[in-house]
Write a protein that binds this ligand. Structure first.
Ligand code: HEM
Ligand code: HEM
Length: 216
Protein backbone atom coordinates (compact mmCIF):
# COMPACT_ATOMS: atom_id res chain seq x y z
CA UNK A 1 0.00 0.00 0.00
CA UNK A 2 1.52 3.25 -1.14
CA UNK A 3 1.08 6.67 0.40
CA UNK A 4 -0.50 8.90 -2.26
CA UNK A 5 -2.24 11.78 -0.40
CA UNK A 6 -0.26 13.83 2.12
CA UNK A 7 -1.85 15.19 5.29
CA UNK A 8 -2.52 18.61 3.82
CA UNK A 9 -4.39 17.34 0.73
CA UNK A 10 -6.55 15.15 2.98
CA UNK A 11 -7.31 17.97 5.42
CA UNK A 12 -7.74 20.48 2.59
CA UNK A 13 -10.51 18.40 1.03
CA UNK A 14 -12.68 18.06 4.12
CA UNK A 15 -12.05 21.67 5.21
CA UNK A 16 -13.07 22.73 1.70
CA UNK A 17 -16.29 20.71 1.91
CA UNK A 18 -17.09 22.20 5.36
CA UNK A 19 -16.27 25.73 4.16
CA UNK A 20 -18.41 25.51 1.04
CA UNK A 21 -21.40 24.16 2.98
CA UNK A 22 -21.04 26.98 5.55
CA UNK A 23 -20.68 29.58 2.77
CA UNK A 24 -23.72 28.27 0.94
CA UNK A 25 -25.92 28.29 4.04
CA UNK A 26 -24.67 31.67 5.33
CA UNK A 27 -25.03 33.19 1.83
CA UNK A 28 -28.60 31.98 1.41
CA UNK A 29 -29.55 32.98 4.99
CA UNK A 30 -27.77 36.33 4.60
CA UNK A 31 -25.64 35.74 7.71
CA UNK A 32 -23.07 38.06 6.22
CA UNK A 33 -20.54 38.28 9.08
CA UNK A 34 -20.25 34.48 9.14
CA UNK A 35 -20.17 34.49 5.32
CA UNK A 36 -17.27 36.94 5.19
CA UNK A 37 -15.20 35.28 7.94
CA UNK A 38 -15.65 31.83 6.35
CA UNK A 39 -14.99 33.35 2.92
CA UNK A 40 -11.60 34.73 4.03
CA UNK A 41 -10.66 31.41 5.66
CA UNK A 42 -11.60 29.58 2.46
CA UNK A 43 -9.56 32.09 0.46
CA UNK A 44 -6.55 31.33 2.69
CA UNK A 45 -7.14 27.58 2.31
CA UNK A 46 -7.47 27.86 -1.45
CA UNK A 47 -4.33 29.98 -1.91
CA UNK A 48 -2.43 27.55 0.37
CA UNK A 49 -3.62 24.68 -1.88
CA UNK A 50 -2.38 26.54 -4.98
CA UNK A 51 1.02 27.11 -3.34
CA UNK A 52 1.01 23.42 -2.33
CA UNK A 53 0.31 22.72 -5.99
CA UNK A 54 3.78 24.10 -6.74
CA UNK A 55 5.89 23.11 -3.72
CA UNK A 56 3.94 20.09 -2.37
CA UNK A 57 3.89 16.33 -3.00
CA UNK A 58 3.87 14.95 -6.56
CA UNK A 59 0.17 14.07 -6.21
CA UNK A 60 -0.64 17.67 -5.22
CA UNK A 61 1.16 19.29 -8.17
CA UNK A 62 -0.99 21.38 -10.48
CA UNK A 63 1.41 20.64 -13.34
CA UNK A 64 0.50 16.94 -12.99
CA UNK A 65 -3.19 17.69 -13.58
CA UNK A 66 -2.83 18.25 -17.33
CA UNK A 67 -3.16 15.18 -19.58
CA UNK A 68 -3.77 14.40 -23.24
CA UNK A 69 -7.11 12.99 -24.53
CA UNK A 70 -5.66 9.45 -24.78
CA UNK A 71 -4.87 9.38 -21.08
CA UNK A 72 -8.41 10.59 -20.28
CA UNK A 73 -9.91 7.81 -22.43
CA UNK A 74 -7.70 5.23 -20.71
CA UNK A 75 -8.70 6.55 -17.30
CA UNK A 76 -12.41 6.34 -18.15
CA UNK A 77 -11.86 2.75 -19.31
CA UNK A 78 -10.33 2.02 -15.90
CA UNK A 79 -6.85 1.41 -17.33
CA UNK A 80 -4.99 4.20 -15.59
CA UNK A 81 -2.26 2.95 -13.26
CA UNK A 82 -0.80 6.33 -12.39
CA UNK A 83 -0.69 7.59 -8.83
CA UNK A 84 -2.86 10.47 -7.61
CA UNK A 85 -5.83 11.81 -9.54
CA UNK A 86 -6.34 9.90 -12.76
CA UNK A 87 -6.47 11.81 -16.04
CA UNK A 88 -10.26 12.25 -16.05
CA UNK A 89 -10.38 13.16 -12.36
CA UNK A 90 -7.64 15.74 -12.91
CA UNK A 91 -9.89 17.79 -15.17
CA UNK A 92 -12.61 17.64 -12.53
CA UNK A 93 -10.10 19.03 -10.02
CA UNK A 94 -9.06 21.81 -12.43
CA UNK A 95 -12.74 22.66 -13.01
CA UNK A 96 -13.24 22.89 -9.23
CA UNK A 97 -10.23 25.17 -8.88
CA UNK A 98 -11.59 27.52 -11.58
CA UNK A 99 -15.15 27.56 -10.17
CA UNK A 100 -13.94 28.12 -6.59
CA UNK A 101 -11.60 30.93 -7.72
CA UNK A 102 -14.45 32.61 -9.62
CA UNK A 103 -16.73 32.32 -6.57
CA UNK A 104 -14.10 33.78 -4.23
CA UNK A 105 -13.02 36.64 -6.49
CA UNK A 106 -16.60 37.60 -7.40
CA UNK A 107 -17.49 37.52 -3.67
CA UNK A 108 -14.67 39.96 -2.88
CA UNK A 109 -16.29 42.39 -5.36
CA UNK A 110 -19.93 41.76 -4.31
CA UNK A 111 -22.21 43.73 -2.06
CA UNK A 112 -25.53 42.85 -0.41
CA UNK A 113 -26.58 46.49 -1.05
CA UNK A 114 -27.35 46.87 2.67
CA UNK A 115 -24.47 46.64 5.11
CA UNK A 116 -21.70 44.52 3.74
CA UNK A 117 -19.43 44.95 0.81
CA UNK A 118 -16.50 42.83 -0.28
CA UNK A 119 -13.09 44.45 0.30
CA UNK A 120 -12.47 45.02 -3.42
CA UNK A 121 -15.78 46.86 -4.02
CA UNK A 122 -14.23 50.24 -3.20
CA UNK A 123 -11.30 49.58 -5.55
CA UNK A 124 -13.10 48.65 -8.77
CA UNK A 125 -15.61 50.48 -11.03
CA UNK A 126 -19.27 50.08 -10.02
CA UNK A 127 -20.05 48.25 -13.28
CA UNK A 128 -17.62 45.49 -12.16
CA UNK A 129 -19.43 45.24 -8.82
CA UNK A 130 -22.73 44.64 -10.63
CA UNK A 131 -21.21 41.97 -12.87
CA UNK A 132 -19.42 40.34 -9.93
CA UNK A 133 -22.65 40.14 -7.91
CA UNK A 134 -24.42 38.45 -10.87
CA UNK A 135 -21.48 36.08 -11.35
CA UNK A 136 -21.51 35.25 -7.61
CA UNK A 137 -25.22 34.31 -7.85
CA UNK A 138 -24.87 32.30 -11.07
CA UNK A 139 -21.56 30.54 -10.45
CA UNK A 140 -22.80 28.93 -7.23
CA UNK A 141 -25.17 26.85 -9.40
CA UNK A 142 -22.28 25.67 -11.58
CA UNK A 143 -20.35 24.79 -8.43
CA UNK A 144 -23.29 22.76 -7.11
CA UNK A 145 -23.61 20.95 -10.46
CA UNK A 146 -19.88 20.13 -10.40
CA UNK A 147 -20.19 18.81 -6.81
CA UNK A 148 -23.12 16.57 -7.84
CA UNK A 149 -21.10 15.20 -10.78
CA UNK A 150 -18.06 14.72 -8.52
CA UNK A 151 -19.99 12.74 -5.91
CA UNK A 152 -21.68 10.71 -8.68
CA UNK A 153 -18.27 9.84 -10.14
CA UNK A 154 -17.02 8.72 -6.70
CA UNK A 155 -20.10 6.48 -6.32
CA UNK A 156 -19.60 5.00 -9.83
CA UNK A 157 -15.94 4.21 -9.02
CA UNK A 158 -17.11 2.56 -5.77
CA UNK A 159 -19.60 0.39 -7.67
CA UNK A 160 -16.78 -0.58 -10.01
CA UNK A 161 -14.72 -1.68 -7.00
CA UNK A 162 -12.48 1.33 -6.35
CA UNK A 163 -12.87 2.96 -2.92
CA UNK A 164 -11.47 6.46 -3.51
CA UNK A 165 -12.93 7.89 -0.30
CA UNK A 166 -11.02 5.38 1.84
CA UNK A 167 -7.82 6.35 0.01
CA UNK A 168 -8.53 10.05 0.57
CA UNK A 169 -9.15 9.45 4.30
CA UNK A 170 -6.17 7.17 4.98
CA UNK A 171 -3.88 8.67 2.34
CA UNK A 172 -2.89 5.17 1.18
CA UNK A 173 -3.91 3.02 -1.77
CA UNK A 174 -5.99 -0.07 -1.01
CA UNK A 175 -4.84 -3.61 -1.87
CA UNK A 176 -6.80 -3.68 -5.12
CA UNK A 177 -5.09 -0.55 -6.47
CA UNK A 178 -1.87 -0.99 -8.42
CA UNK A 179 0.23 1.97 -9.41
CA UNK A 180 3.21 2.13 -11.69
CA UNK A 181 5.57 4.27 -9.59
CA UNK A 182 5.89 5.77 -6.12
CA UNK A 183 5.13 9.49 -5.85
CA UNK A 184 7.50 11.83 -4.05
CA UNK A 185 5.73 13.02 -0.88
CA UNK A 186 6.23 16.09 1.29
CA UNK A 187 5.20 16.65 4.92
CA UNK A 188 1.65 18.04 4.94
CA UNK A 189 2.40 20.14 8.02
CA UNK A 190 4.14 22.68 5.77
CA UNK A 191 0.83 23.16 3.92
CA UNK A 192 -0.96 23.82 7.22
CA UNK A 193 1.68 26.39 8.21
CA UNK A 194 1.10 28.24 4.91
CA UNK A 195 -2.68 28.08 5.53
CA UNK A 196 -2.21 29.32 9.11
CA UNK A 197 -0.07 32.30 8.10
CA UNK A 198 -2.44 33.34 5.31
CA UNK A 199 -5.46 32.98 7.63
CA UNK A 200 -3.81 35.12 10.30
CA UNK A 201 -2.98 37.86 7.79
CA UNK A 202 -6.52 37.87 6.33
CA UNK A 203 -8.18 37.81 9.76
CA UNK A 204 -6.04 40.72 10.98
CA UNK A 205 -6.92 42.81 7.91
CA UNK A 206 -10.14 42.25 5.93
CA UNK A 207 -11.49 39.80 8.50
CA UNK A 208 -11.19 41.91 11.63
CA UNK A 209 -14.53 43.78 11.29
CA UNK A 210 -16.79 40.76 10.50
CA UNK A 211 -14.86 38.67 13.05
CA UNK A 212 -15.51 41.09 15.90
CA UNK A 213 -19.14 41.58 14.79
CA UNK A 214 -19.57 37.79 14.88
CA UNK A 215 -18.45 37.59 18.51
CA UNK A 216 -20.25 40.65 19.81
C1 HEM B 1 -18.49 20.69 -1.35
C2 HEM B 1 -18.31 19.51 -1.89
C3 HEM B 1 -17.01 19.03 -2.50
C4 HEM B 1 -16.02 19.73 -3.15
C5 HEM B 1 -15.98 21.22 -3.49
C6 HEM B 1 -14.98 18.77 -3.50
C7 HEM B 1 -13.81 19.08 -4.17
C8 HEM B 1 -12.76 18.22 -4.41
C9 HEM B 1 -11.47 18.61 -4.93
C10 HEM B 1 -11.07 20.04 -5.31
C11 HEM B 1 -10.72 17.48 -5.00
C12 HEM B 1 -9.25 17.44 -5.43
C13 HEM B 1 -8.40 17.48 -4.18
C14 HEM B 1 -7.01 18.03 -4.42
O1 HEM B 1 -6.26 17.57 -5.28
O2 HEM B 1 -6.64 18.99 -3.72
C15 HEM B 1 -11.51 16.38 -4.55
C16 HEM B 1 -11.11 15.06 -4.47
C17 HEM B 1 -11.87 14.04 -3.96
N1 HEM B 1 -13.14 14.15 -3.40
FE1 HEM B 1 -14.24 15.82 -3.24
N2 HEM B 1 -15.34 17.53 -3.05
C18 HEM B 1 -16.57 17.65 -2.44
C19 HEM B 1 -17.28 16.64 -1.81
C20 HEM B 1 -16.89 15.34 -1.75
C21 HEM B 1 -17.65 14.28 -1.09
C22 HEM B 1 -18.99 14.48 -0.37
C23 HEM B 1 -16.93 13.14 -1.25
C24 HEM B 1 -17.26 11.75 -0.77
C25 HEM B 1 -18.30 11.10 -1.19
C26 HEM B 1 -15.72 13.46 -1.99
C27 HEM B 1 -14.72 12.58 -2.32
C28 HEM B 1 -13.54 12.90 -2.96
C29 HEM B 1 -12.50 11.94 -3.26
C30 HEM B 1 -12.54 10.45 -2.96
C31 HEM B 1 -11.46 12.66 -3.89
C32 HEM B 1 -10.14 12.06 -4.43
C33 HEM B 1 -10.38 11.67 -5.86
C34 HEM B 1 -9.22 10.89 -6.46
O3 HEM B 1 -8.85 9.86 -5.91
O4 HEM B 1 -8.70 11.34 -7.50
N3 HEM B 1 -15.72 14.81 -2.27
N4 HEM B 1 -12.76 16.86 -4.18
C1 HEM C 1 -16.42 29.66 -2.41
C2 HEM C 1 -16.77 30.66 -1.64
C3 HEM C 1 -18.16 31.27 -1.59
C4 HEM C 1 -19.39 30.67 -1.78
C5 HEM C 1 -19.68 29.22 -2.07
C6 HEM C 1 -20.38 31.73 -1.65
C7 HEM C 1 -21.75 31.54 -1.76
C8 HEM C 1 -22.71 32.53 -1.69
C9 HEM C 1 -24.14 32.34 -1.81
C10 HEM C 1 -24.83 30.98 -2.04
C11 HEM C 1 -24.75 33.55 -1.70
C12 HEM C 1 -26.24 33.86 -1.80
C13 HEM C 1 -26.51 34.20 -3.22
C14 HEM C 1 -27.97 34.26 -3.51
O1 HEM C 1 -28.73 34.73 -2.66
O2 HEM C 1 -28.33 33.84 -4.61
C15 HEM C 1 -23.71 34.54 -1.49
C16 HEM C 1 -23.92 35.88 -1.33
C17 HEM C 1 -22.92 36.81 -1.04
N1 HEM C 1 -21.56 36.54 -0.90
FE1 HEM C 1 -20.67 34.73 -1.15
N2 HEM C 1 -19.76 32.92 -1.38
C18 HEM C 1 -18.39 32.69 -1.34
C19 HEM C 1 -17.40 33.60 -1.05
C20 HEM C 1 -17.62 34.94 -0.75
C21 HEM C 1 -16.58 35.87 -0.38
C22 HEM C 1 -15.09 35.54 -0.23
C23 HEM C 1 -17.19 37.07 -0.18
C24 HEM C 1 -16.60 38.40 0.26
C25 HEM C 1 -15.68 38.51 1.16
C26 HEM C 1 -18.60 36.90 -0.45
C27 HEM C 1 -19.57 37.90 -0.40
C28 HEM C 1 -20.91 37.74 -0.62
C29 HEM C 1 -21.89 38.82 -0.60
C30 HEM C 1 -21.60 40.30 -0.34
C31 HEM C 1 -23.14 38.23 -0.85
C32 HEM C 1 -24.49 38.95 -0.92
C33 HEM C 1 -24.83 39.23 -2.34
C34 HEM C 1 -26.24 39.76 -2.48
O3 HEM C 1 -27.00 39.79 -1.52
O4 HEM C 1 -26.55 40.11 -3.61
N3 HEM C 1 -18.84 35.57 -0.79
N4 HEM C 1 -22.48 33.89 -1.49
Amino acid sequence: MTKVWDGFIRGFHWLLVTGIVLLYVSGEQEWMDLHFVTGYLLLALFVARLIWGVVGSDTAKIANLFHGPRAVKQALKHEDKRYGHNAAGSYMVLLFFVLIAVQLISGLMSTDDIMMEGPLVAMVPSSWVEIASDVHHLNINLLIAAIALHVLAIVVYRLRGKNLVKTLVTGRTTKDQTIAAEPKMRAGVVGYVIFGVLSAVLMATWGSAPLSALFN
